[in-house]
Design a binder for this molecule. Structure first.
Ligand SMILES: Nc1ncnc2c1ncn2[C@@H]1O[C@H](COP(=O)(O)OP(=O)(O)OP(=O)(O)O)[C@@H](O)[C@H]1O
Ligand SMILES: [Mg+2]
Length: 319
């Protein structure tokens, strides 16, 4: 395993201008706010947090699909901006939540899986065919299924197609954004097991986003908890689940998961004051919902405070 992190992000920030009416003044939404971390090669960083906290925005910046407002992304030690699209595709690939909308319905499975190879522009037809066959086999799809259209497959099979497409260039890093949230519960475990097996066999590094804490606990070596665009706690998975330190992490762990897959909103039991990323509270951004908030929290911004293997951003932890 190399010392160069597979993913490193430094001071990553993304602001969106959101216009709510034709003549309304645009509001600024800070979707990701000064996020820094690195993911060692071969490990799995899980990212959890409520809907709208910035998980997908973070993932899209790391994939090079969305330019950051500021900050840097390094993939395997190389700045994302210095890599062209093809080089980037060879290093890092996505698997998204909804395999239906991410697969072109008018193409056969084998052509969908071949796309990243064809886009490289220099791989011979025979080689493309061979590698598509290999990728399909790896994810447990037959050659016959390769000649079908996405609509002729089940949800789980479609997600296998998306995984085959992500792997066909043999990338080192895969960003999974809610990869099983749209699937029936019975199929989720199969896809999770497949992802785990592929990681082991191919030595992959995952950034694994999910609102389902049980899933993250199962797959991640480290976990980062996001709240309103910031990572408020990060630690080794076991330590984070055994000794959550941030009050928000504790609320998440106490929460009842929504039974609706794909809804992405855990009921954190913190009332219905949904956080508004266009209107981030001063001081600690979590203080209006925090059961442990005290006077200083409304005007003092907590600093990153180291804990076992990561950090927590809470004034209580600084004491
Ligand atoms: N293209 C965009 N234009 C404007 N605002 C955006 C855009 N993309 C995301 N946002 C806003 O940025 C914030 C973070 O969104 P994001 O999709 O990253 O959250 P998320 O954590 O992935 O949520 P979910 O769990 O629902 O997938 C939200 O307030 C969202 O409305
Ligand atoms: Mg998302």
């Amino acid at each position: 395993m190399s010392d160069i992190p597979a993913i490193e992000v430094r001071g990553l920030r993304r602001v969106f201008d959101v216009r709510q009416g034709l003549f309304a003044k645009p509001r600024q939404v800070v979707a990701v706010d000064d996020v820094s971390f690195s993911v060692p090669a071969g490990s799995v960083l899980g990212i959890v947090g409520e809907s709208g906290c910035g998980k997908t925005t973070l993932a899209r910046m790391i994939l090079g699909l969305l330019p950051p407002s500021s900050g840097d992304v390094l993939i395997d030690g190389q700045r994302l901006g210095d890599l062209d699209r093809r080089a980037r595709a060879r290093l890092i690939q996505p698997v998204f939540q909804d395999p239906f909308s991410s697969l072109n319905p008018r193409r056969r499975v084998r052509d969908i899986v071949a796309m990243p190879l064809v886009a490289q522009g220099n791989i011979a037809g025979d080689e493309v065919k061979r590698r598509v066959g290999e990728a399909l086999e790896r994810v447990g799809l037959s050659a016959e299924q390769g000649s079908r259209y996405p609509s002729q497959l089940s949800g789980g099979q479609r997600q296998r197609v998306a995984i085959a497409r992500a792997l066909v260039l043999r990338p080192r890093i895969v960003v999974c954004d809610e990869p099983t949230s749209a699937l029936d519960v019975s199929v989720q475990a199969q896809i999770l097991n497949l992802l785990a097996e592929l990681r082991k066999d191919l030595g992959l590094t995952y950034l694994f986003i999910s609102h389902n804490l049980a899933v993250v606990e199962h797959v991640a070596s480290e976990v980062a908890v996001m709240y309103l665009g910031r990572i408020v706690e990060r630690n080794e998975s076991e330590a984070l689940f055994a000794h959550p330190q941030h009050p928000y992490t504790r609320a998440l762990l106490d929460s009842v998961l929504t039974p609706e897959p794909g809804l992405g909103v855990p009921d954190v039991g913190l009332g219905d004051t949904m956080p508004d990323p266009a209107n981030i509270p001063p001081g600690c951004r979590f203080h209006p919902r925090c059961p442990l908030a005290f006077e200083r929290c409304s005007h003092e911004t907590p600093k990153l405070t180291p804990n076992e293997a990561g950090f927590v951003e809470c004034l209580l932890a600084e004491e």
